[in-house]
Design a protein around this ligand. Structure first.
Ligand code: BGC
Length: 450
């Protein structure tokens, strides 16, 4: 256990959400459909047929939700913009009413002393752009850059932290390779093209943010350390492949201007040749890197597990969350120091970390006790302290998530919130974990050592 260490006064204490997971009112005030509207309304795509139509009704309750953030003591809030609210066609005419929602939200946050951290793309591509090929179309880099410019011109005077993309790996793997997420494609030839266009859009977006005068700009990736199940050479090689596919596929091009050498082997004949000049666009210096960390995976060689030929080995000695993720806090320390040593001195934020455990659909006597989530948060915050003691430059932490919300294809069945949402009444109830987190914030982490 670390000594009593207080986090620096400048540390950002946040919570994170994303537009489609909380807002609802998906077609209000001139907003157009996204790929998630289409996907969730396709029978068989989500648990119970759940959709984001209402979600947490945050579009109409943002003032109340900002009040809850203030009560928690947050000094930062990470949210995303629904691209199709602002640009219903994905490009071209701006829908001022849609933009107005984010304009008001930013003002509400600032009035509550909370810094807005804005993500431009958290998976809800305008359906109009999907009709033109979406992430498969090389033009998307300029569509995304234009969208970034619109947002920075509107909010750049008040938003200090801009993220281009949330988790490009999930977009490609979930949306285009395995089809569990929108737009639901299952095509091994598409996945590397999508990844590459995501990276190009990221690069063009960074340039656009800076050209429009945006302040800090960066990328958010989800990293999952891969540990070999045994020291057999086959398992060690499988672990390397899994790491290249999930962790280095995006960071190596951004920091080094090239893909990991394992990728052509992983994708086989689906691996394209990319124009060399693309890497100049992709390799834009970052002001910060956001890391979403939930779990690690222990890996063994499995020739049948396409495309990486690696399988996850369950660790029965450890707890698992409802999403079947092993609870393993030490790997958060490891991943932060790995990024620090491999990619250099870029400031880091933990932009998502949290867990789905069973919470009843309604609060009982006004309370929601979630001791497993309290334990999860405590141990992961301690893991960050350890990394910081080792010299890693971690500048903030955003719990996933502020509210129970629409957990993509798992619908409303998986609750990640610090604040419970009764999806029938929309009543909000801070869970015990919210109280715990508020105390950590109030003491700047000193309470973690007790
Ligand atoms: C995503 C969130 C999601 C969370 C839990 C992250 O990959 O950014 O949108 O809800 O994981 O699955």
């Amino acid at each position: 256990m670390p000594d009593v260490v207080r986090f620096p006064d400048s540390f950002l204490w946040g919570a994170a959400t994303s537009a489609h997971q909380i807002e609802g009112s998906v077609r209000a005030d001139g907003a157009a459909a996204s790929i998630w509207d289409r996907f969730s309304h396709t029978p068989g795509s989500t648990t119970n047929g759940d959709t984001g139509d209402v979600a947490c009704d945050h579009y109409r309750r943002s003032a109340q939700d900002v009040g809850l953030m203030r009560d928690l003591g947050l000094n930062a809030y990470r949210f995303s913009v629904a691209w199709a609210r602002v640009l219903p066609e994905g490009r071209g005419a701006v829908n001022q009413a849609g933009l107005g929602f984010y304009d008001r939200l930013v003002d509400q946050l600032l009035a509550a002393g909370i810094q807005p951290a804005l993500t431009l793309y958290h998976w809800d591509l305008p359906a109009a752009l999907d009709d033109q090929g979406g992430w498969l179309n090389r033009e998307i880099a300029s569509w995304f850059a234009d969208y970034a410019s619109v947002m920075v011109q509107a909010l750049g005077d008040r938003v200090g932290m801009w993220t281009t993309l949330n988790e490009p790996w999930v977009v490609a793997d979930g949306g285009y390779l395995f089809g569990k997420l929108a737009p639901g494609h299952r095509n091994r030839f598409e996945a590397p093209i999508v990844s590459h266009n995501l990276l190009r859009a990221h690069g063009a977006g960074m340039q656009a943010i800076r050209a429009a005068g945006g302040k800090q700009a960066g990328l958010v990736v989800n990293l999952e350390p891969k540990h070999p199940a045994t020291d057999r050479p086959e398992d060690v090689a499988a672990t390397q492949r899994a790491d290249a596919y999930m962790n280095r596929q995006y960071l190596d091009p951004v920091f080094f201007g090239q893909y990991p050498e394992e990728l052509p082997d992983i994708y086989g004949d689906a691996w394209p040749t990319f124009p060399a000049a693309d890497f100049d666009l992709i390799r834009q210096p970052l002001d910060f890197l956001g890391i979403n960390y939930y779990t690690r995976s222990v890996v063994r060689d499995d020739p049948a597990a396409w495309p990486v030929r690696a399988a996850r080995v369950t660790q029965p000695q450890h707890a698992y969350t409802l999403t079947d993720w092993e609870v393993y806090p030490p790997a958060l320390t490891d991943v932060l120091s790995w990024v620090h040593s491999r990619y250099g001195r870029v400031p880091l934020y933990v932009t998502e970390n949290g867990a789905a455990f069973y919470d009843a659909p309604a609060a009982i006597d006004g309370r929601v006790d979630d001791p497993l989530r309290v334990h999860y948060l405590r141990e992961h915050l301690r893991a960050i302290q350890v990394a910081m003691q080792q010299g890693v430059d971690v500048r903030g932490y955003f719990a996933w998530s502020l509210l129970d919300n629409f957990e993509w294809s798992a619908g409303y069945a998986k609750r990640f919130g610090l604040i419970h949402v009764n999806f029938i009444t929309q009543e909000r109830t801070p869970k015990a974990s919210a109280g715990f987190y508020a105390e950590v914030i109030r003491t700047r982490g000193a309470t973690l050592s007790r």
